[in-house]
Design a binder for this molecule. Structure first.
Ligand code: FAD
Length: 418
């Protein structure tokens, strides 16, 4: 079987657009293709059994039990048929043949494609220590993980969270809300130190300590102890053991690049794409967590592991798949909710790539904006319990111009006047 540039096979049948990875990125890509007027076939293939859903609630409202399951889904069940999208769930794709324009399914079936989009996302890094595969050790990526973890968060239960990143901290907050005793183990000196730097990382350390979390820094996990296959504690490299009824591991994620790599696509910290989200194969695009995409504003490749990226990149990918000159150049954005702290962050800063953090408002009140600056230019801003300021902060980041740092710190000066 061969294909030509018109996307038809030997029999003259029109090949569909195939999307591998049926989560936020994949579902939004199908929607964007239809909204762009594409009338050909769309096959959305995912290995999970749930129809596409969003993950942020899994460590927030859904984990807390305050948000209903129905709220997590990207589209209602009938949306797929109504938009003539063939949704194949519980169907792992095991190979891509770029020359034949086919993907192979786990059951050995094949699906032909005219264009292929990879939205395979990422999966949690595993804790590489003895005992990590026992019962009671959890990773949080899928809806069923969230449900199992919620079950383990009981009043008085001893919960140990390994890793003080976003997932670890949100999980710790949910465990406290459920009345559990929570210890967070982090190998660095502060939570989120690499992402936020010392000044703002301290805000999150104080927040969790004020809510009764036992935060331990410089903690190197050596082993998960247990009895009869069930975890009972975390032994640290310094010999201390923290007793645990449940352990949640949040030590980062790895992009799901295996398929792309085996197909010979360029892979480097994700599937490499140009600014049109096109991979090294012109008929294969990538979007969301898995894509390491060239970003024209920053002049480098960026892999963004956040919801807004998986929401918006598919629109560019869809238009590029349809032959338009679409470019993805949005400024990265993410958010978190922990206890009564809500925050949004817009911008991008290389670890250590700023010279000054400017606060507008007092961080001790947990109602402030922090700006990461370099040579007077705003690289990123984070608004904490302050709302409706993302657009002006994004404009400052995008403009790349130097601003008066005194005025930046002064709440009386509108951000739009800087
Ligand atoms: C618990 C949690 C909380 C989060 N909270 C926030 C937040 O507060 N703010 C924020 O900005 N971001 C947050 N994120 C990140 C955000 O959810 C991700 O960036 C987003 O889910 C990425 O979407 P995606 O579609 O690219 O990939 P994914 O959501 O990872 O989806 C990829 C899908 O592809 C499937 N797949 C992979 N390989 C194959 C294959 N070979 N065959 C078939 N299917 C395959 C996967 O099983 C999965 O269903 C959170 C993530 C998690 C896990």
């Amino acid at each position: 079987m061969s294909t030509d540039s018109s996307g038809t096979d030997d029999g003259g049948r029109e090949r569909p657009f195939v999307i591998v990875g049926a989560s936020l990125g994949g579902a939004k890509a199908a929607q964007a293709l239809r909204e762009a007027g594409y009338t050909g076939g769309i096959v959305l293939i995912g290995d999970e059994h749930e129809r596409p859903y969003e993950r942020p609630p899994l460590s927030k409202g859904y984990l807390l039990g305050t948000s209903a399951r129905e709220k997590i889904y990207v589209h209602p069940p009938q949306w797929y048929a109504e938009h003539d999208v063939t949704l194949r769930l519980g169907t792992p794709v095991v190979a891509i043949d770029p020359a034949a324009h086919t993907v192979t399914l786990a059951d050995d079936g094949r699906v032909e494609y005219a264009k292929l989009l990879l939205t395979t996302g990422s999966s949690p890094r595993r804790l590489p220590v003895p005992g990590a595969d026992q019962e009671g050790v959890h990773y949080l990526r899928r809806v069923e993980d969230s449900e199992r973890i919620r079950e383990a968060f009981r009043p008085g239960a001893r919960v140990v969270v390994v890793g003080a990143g976003w997932i670890g901290l949100e999980t710790a907050a949910a465990a406290r809300a459920a009345g559990a005793e929570v210890t967070v183990l982090e190998v660095a000196e502060l939570p989120l130190l690499r992402v936020l730097g010392r000044e703002v990382a301290q805000v999150f350390a104080d927040l969790h300590r004020d809510h009764g979390v036992d935060l331990r820094f410089g903690a190197q996990v050596a082993e998960l102890t247990g009895t009869d296959g069930r975890v009972s504690g975390v032994r640290l490299a310094d010999g201390t053991t923290v007793p645990a009824d449940a352990v949640v591991v949040g030590i980062g994620i790895a992009p799901a690049t295996a398929l792309a790599e085996a197909a010979g696509l360029e892979v480097d910290n994700g599937v490499k794409t140009d600014q049109h989200l096109r991979t090294s194969d012109p008929d294969i695009h990538a979007a969301g967590d898995v894509a390491n995409a060239y970003h024209p504003l920053f002049g480098r490749h960026l892999r963004v592991e956040h919801w807004a990226n998986a929401l918006n990149q598919p629109q560019t990918a869809a238009r590029a798949m349809l032959g338009e000159d679409a470019v993805y150049d949005r400024v990265p954005y993410f958010f978190t909710d922990q206890y009564d702290l809500g925050m949004e962050y817009v911008g991008w800063v290389e670890p250590g790539g700023y010279d000054r953090v400017v606060f507008r408002g007092d961080p001790a009140t947990r109602e402030f904006i922090a700006f990461w600056t370099s040579g007077g230019r705003v690289l990123a801003g984070m608004n904490v319990n302050v709302w409706d300021v993302t657009d002006p902060i994004r404009d400052l980041v995008r403009s790349g111009r130097a601003v008066d740092l005194k005025a930046l710190a002064d709440p009386a000066v509108p951000l739009t006047d800087l």
